[in-house]
Design a protein around this ligand. Structure first.
Ligand code: ADP
Ligand code: ZN
Length: 792
């Protein structure tokens, strides 16, 4: 008998389940196929799975009985063909299981919360005091429904069981929007409610469509509450647009802001992109445009073209919370055709946005790296802004780089991809120089203002004049001048907290984290010590635990310290700190930037967050307090990152009419990175850096992979790394690709969260043959190994 068989991948993160299992698709679920999420019986449990392929087969000859798919999770295929292909690439390139890659496309790790069954051990109840509740419940035996469980267990036990073993009912209900058993294909459009939009929100949308942009007060008169307006904005735009006078102003479809007349350079770039969009084929571009050359406008015009052609566009930005200006500009032009995807959204918001993308209602998607995992309809353009930015790389498995995955997507979707930057990564610029991607350049700022003048301040000749060692006399006088002229300044220091090291002045004891091999950072505002690695907090010690001395030195100044020093030297200046600590609250980053734009304070200082693409009028001065602290990071990318950060940060100054000024403080004024950055000479920097990369065999001349073993027991990590090392040495001679590996080495911070980390760095012209050899080798199936392809 011919039957329809599905190959199903089980959604369980096990390296041993990296294969599919066959299930029968029953008649009632005929519509289901590749990409659908389903529920199946697997190893006597209900598990969620994903259908990866479907075929017809004569099952009468089979010696065993195939199980049926029990139900379907959604009323549509969650995965498109392109999404599955992207996931396949991620799993094969980054060496993770397919389910790890596919889960990136989920809103939640599991779509169906499988109800855990529980039962009671009556014998135990009779013999032991009820206090030992945990021992009474066995999660694996029979299942009971809530009501009968409550009858059997009594209230207290039931509460315990609920908290520990049962998923909340509402979550379950939300996961099964359509009852699983009664699954049917909907033959009608989804109602607003099903789309997750309330009736009132729909009314508001209609009202705005009919009447255009409205002040909030008017909407309130009409009976729309502030909460509703806020929810609506989040729903429609992914964020509420915050404007002057502390009111929310609504931006409707028509848009309030006018698009701009393009400069000649912009025009050329836009034309090249639009032509490419028309060709419906993969093509790679690098848009290399100096800071302030108007790259955003190029992206916008190209996205508009994709939209007019009935397609969609994806625009990736490194940190969307910091790009409020760009997002509100796009929202003002495209209205509800644009959605924002980022980690700051709730699951509900993300789910709604995803549905808008899938239905084609919102074909323009702006987001951080995870925005690549959306069900794009007819994707015609991908933009990766600030392509060199390290936040595109995910720090946990799967350790993918959003920029590189986006390149593969462009091939899969047959569309152009634009990598944009003022200072492209060496690898990307090399690809452009080799003709692998097309180069578009914009050399002039929109307002023709020259790039800011960068003064290198040699701290050996101009020693810092403050107690923290952060601020030199030339910097102070430039800041004084800035304030006097009623302009604004930005200061960058790449260290959070008040002091990065506390040391006892009598015995030299350094206060270290008990779990990690790092010193604790003193945070003055919270008045406590924090570990930036394991995130534990500790009270400020009154005395040294070793010698009981009470004079404790605060070394290594961080951002909090700048505040104090500025207050001493520039008592009249209004200053605000901008770092992870001061922006934890939702929207606080946006509020600080808005206040700065509106002139509510004069100096914005903080970590590299201050350097991102902000376009704030009146910023004439930029101070980079310690260029050396970035140069010293232990990575082959240190030089590139320093050059980029200096350029990026300097690029905030003098963007409109008047040339800006930058002071770059360093103890290494003759370092080639500092020299090139000071002259804004990307080409020389590139040439020099490329020479080093070639000499030392780093990307783009080699590919890298880092294999890391970790363990509570240092010896175990060592011996595991030794086993991997000898395995590598035994296979490397028969691999193609000129593969080499280092001996095992301890990470710069050897112990984090009480785990020891030992790594091996692998290099090669190509790592494909090595990856193939590693796959299926038991050594790499163990869980205490991290494989990082293209590590940073
Ligand atoms: P980049 O990202 O290249 O550093 P932006 O895209 O932020 O530069 O643009 C810099 C400034 O120039 C912004 O304030 C933008 O609104 C403005 N701008 C861009 N293009 C034009 C144009 N064609 N005409 C007028 N202003 C423009
Ligand atoms: Zn720690």
């Amino acid at each position: 008998m011919q039957e329809t068989i599905a190959e199903v991948l089980i959604n369980r993160p096990s390296k041993h389940l990296n294969r599919t299992f066959s299930y029968r698709i029953p008649e009632t679920m005929k519509g289901a196929g590749v990409g659908w999420r389903c529920v199946v019986n697997f190893a006597r449990r209900k598990e969620e799975g994903i259908i990866l392929s479907v075929h017809e087969e004569d099952t009468s000859q089979l010696s065993y009985k195939l199980l049926d798919i029990l139900s379907l999770v959604d009323s549509f295929p969650w995965f498109t063909d392109e999404m599955i292909r992207t996931a396949l690439w991620i799993s094969s390139y980054y060496m993770c299981t397919l389910i790890d890659a596919l889960r990136l496309f989920y809103i939640d790790k599991k779509a169906v919360k499988t109800k855990i069954t529980y039962t009671v051990n009556w014998e135990k109840i009779e013999k032991e005091p009820v206090e030992d509740i945990e021992g009474l419940v066995d999660r694996s035996v029979d299942s009971l429904d809530d009501k009968s469980a409550a009858l059997l267990f009594g209230d207290r036990l039931m509460e315990y069981v609920k908290q520990n073993f049962l998923i909340k009912k509402e979550t379950l209900a939300a996961a099964h929007k359509i009852p699983l058993e009664k699954w049917i294909v909907p033959d009608r459009e989804l109602t607003d409610k099903e789309k997750g939009r309330s009736r009132k929100q729909a009314e508001l949308s209609e009202f705005l469509k009919a009447h255009g942009s409205q002040p909030v007060s008017r909407l309130k008169e009409k009976g729309f509450s502030t909460a509703l307006i806020h929810a609506f904005l989040l729903n429609e735009y992914g964020h509420a647009v915050y404007h002057r006078k502390e009111t929310y102003s609504l931006i409707t479809r028509e848009g309030e802001k006018k698009e701009k007349t393009l400069t000649e350079e912009q025009e050329k770039a836009v034309k090249a992109l639009c032509d490419s969009i028309d060709r419906k084929a993969y093509e790679g571009f690098l848009l290399k445009g100096v800071t302030g050359s108007g790259k955003t406008e190029v992206y916008l015009q190209a996205a508009r073209h994709a939209l007019e052609e009935g397609g969609s566009a994806l625009i990736l930005v490194p940190e969307i919370a910091l790009t409020s200006q760009m997002t509100s500009y796009f929202a003002s032009i495209f209205g509800d055709k644009v959605v924002f995807m980022h980690s700051g959204l709730s699951k509900g918001e993300r789910y709604n946005n995803r549905m808008r993308i899938m239905s084609g209602e919102s074909p323009i998607v702006i987001g951080s790296r995870s925005a690549i995992f959306m069900p794009f309809k007819n994707l015609r353009l991908i933009v990766v802004d600030e392509e060199y930015d390290t936040s595109y790389k995910q720090g946990e498995t799967p350790r993918y780089n959003g920029r590189d995955a986006a390149k593969v997507m462009a091939v899969i979707y047959h569309c152009p991809i634009v990598l944009g930057a003022a200072t492209p990564s060496i690898t990307t610029y090399y690809a452009a120089c080799q003709g692998k991607i097309s180069l578009l350049t914009m050399k002039e700022r929109v307002f023709k203002t020259p790039l800011p003048q960068i003064h290198v301040c040699d701290l050996k000749e101009n020693p810092p004049i403050d107690r923290s060692g952060l601020i030199s006399a030339p910097l102070i006088s430039l800041l004084q001048k800035t304030i006097l002229e009623k302009n604004k300044a930005i200061l960058l220091l790449n260290r959070r907290g008040f002091a990065t090291t506390l040391m006892c002045s009598s015995c030299g004891h350094v206060f270290k984290c008990p779990n990690c091999d790092v010193s604790l950072v003193y945070h003055k505002e919270m008045n406590r010590l924090e570990c930036h690695y394991c995130e534990t907090v500790h009270p400020l010690p009154g005395e040294c635990p070793v010698c009981h001395g009470t004079r404790i030195l605060y070394l290594g100044a961080g951002t909090e310290r700048i505040e104090e020093e500025l207050a001493d030297f520039l008592p009249e200046a209004r200053v605000r700190r901008f770092d992870l600590d001061s922006t934890r609250r939702k929207n606080s980053a946006r509020e600080i930037l808005d206040d700065f734009r509106q002139g509510k304070f004069d100096i914005l200082f903080g970590t590299q967050m201050v350097a991102k693409g902000h376009d704030i009028p009146g910023v004439q001065t930029v101070g980079i307090l310690s260029a050396d602290s970035i140069l010293n990071i232990p990575s082959y990318l240190a030089a590139e990152q320093t050059f980029n950060l200096i350029t990026q940060c300097a690029g905030r100054a003098g963007r409109s009419r008047k040339q800006g000024e930058v002071i770059l403080q360093t103890y290494n004024p003759s370092h080639y990175v500092i020299q090139c950055a000071a002259r804004q000479d990307y080409e020389s920097f590139y040439k020099q850096e490329l020479r080093y990369r070639k000499l030392l065999e780093y990307p783009p001349f080699a590919r890298l992979m880092k294999i890391t073993c970790f363990n509570e027991d240092e010896k175990k990590a060592d011996s595991q790394a030794a086993r991997i090392h000898s395995w590598l040495q035994s296979v490397i001679p028969r691999l193609s690709g000129n593969v080499k590996c280092t001996a095992p080495f301890s990470e710069p911070i050897k112990r984090v969260r009480n785990l020891y980390y030992i790594s091996i760095l692998v290099k090669g012209k190509s790592l494909t043959s090595l990856k193939n050899a590693m796959r299926g080798t038991p050594l790499f199936e163990e869980n205490d190994i991290i494989i990082d392809v293209d590590p940073l």
